[in-house]
Design a protein around this ligand. Sequence first.
Ligand code: SAM
Length: 346
Amino acid sequence: MNTDAPLADRLAARMRAEGPISYAAFLDAALYDDHDGFYARHGSAGRRGDFITSPEVGPLFGAVLAHAIDDWWRDAGEPPLWRVVECGAGRGTLARAVLAARPDCLDALEYVLVERSDRLRTGHPDSAGCRSVAALPTDAAPGVVIANELLDNLAFAVRERHEGEWREVLVDVDADGAFIEMIGPPDDRPWPAADDGARLPVQEAAGDWLRDALRLAAPGRVVVIDYAATSAEMAARPWSDWVRTYRAHERGGHPLEGPGLQDVTVDVAVDQLAAVRPPTRDRAQADFLRAHGIDALVAEGRRVWDERAHLGDLAALRARSRVREADALLDPAGLGGFRVLEWAVD
Ligand SMILES: C[S@@+](CC[C@H](N)C(=O)[O-])C[C@H]1O[C@@H](n2cnc3c(N)ncnc32)[C@H](O)[C@@H]1O
């Protein structure tokens, strides 16, 4: 196949030669094709990027996570090597904030940034104890595997309810070269019952990722931070509620439009992850951040701002920013309502 041709042409040629493909295959190419995938070419988090994530709100999220990493290190008996594997590290913003907060475990800390996009890996920090790789390590070590807004970005398949059974939704190309959906074979797994026309995502890549992550942090934990729902909840809502597309901070078009030109994200199906292994803990991001000390960091920010506001120096501005960041990170209708799922590993 001609890899110089635009992605849409290559996908269309593949469908004409091989027949319809799964949504998962289409989305994996749209997001991660080496030449034209959204993350290969344009996509990133941040104010100048396509969407804002908790680390991109400012350094406070990383400072709280540094406390969490210390708490988990102490729980594990302060081992001399404590490996943090951050998967889907994007531009490396979270890693920079965690390291800048100088966690107590710093001398034991090996921080591994895992990022599939070559382009984004070039911006990763290059400090001692830090390394940047394209795929999860394969060896186990004591520590933590963390994924912030990774699993919502992994390719997923789609099922649709037809005459009382769930059937796969496939992607084909019409005579004009437009991508179209077609109904494929039935799926007789015990998905929740729903009205005809209902849809749900099947998140095999997220399940595979969790299986791999659980083998890595031993002993330790896997921590997934994301927007989430159950398969049954999603089947009861229009699919446009739980599949979202973005480009440059604007909502994008239908997920089949312009492969590579828009981000495609999905609510993470907690029950599908729990089928791999039930999480040890599932709480809202606001509760997680409070449990690991956000309130004390914000109180310190308020104190510094009160003392230094009249100076208007960098320390004063940083302190004021911390208070604003906390509002965004704790907002129950926004980032504060994200789920934090934890799996403790012996
Ligand atoms: C929505 S962004 C989140 C970035 C960052 N964690 C944040 O919160 O700002 C998801 C990132 O995961 C990366 N990614 C997707 N699949 C991956 C995989 N299997 N391994 C490593 N990185 C992956 C994408 O390239 C993208 O940079």
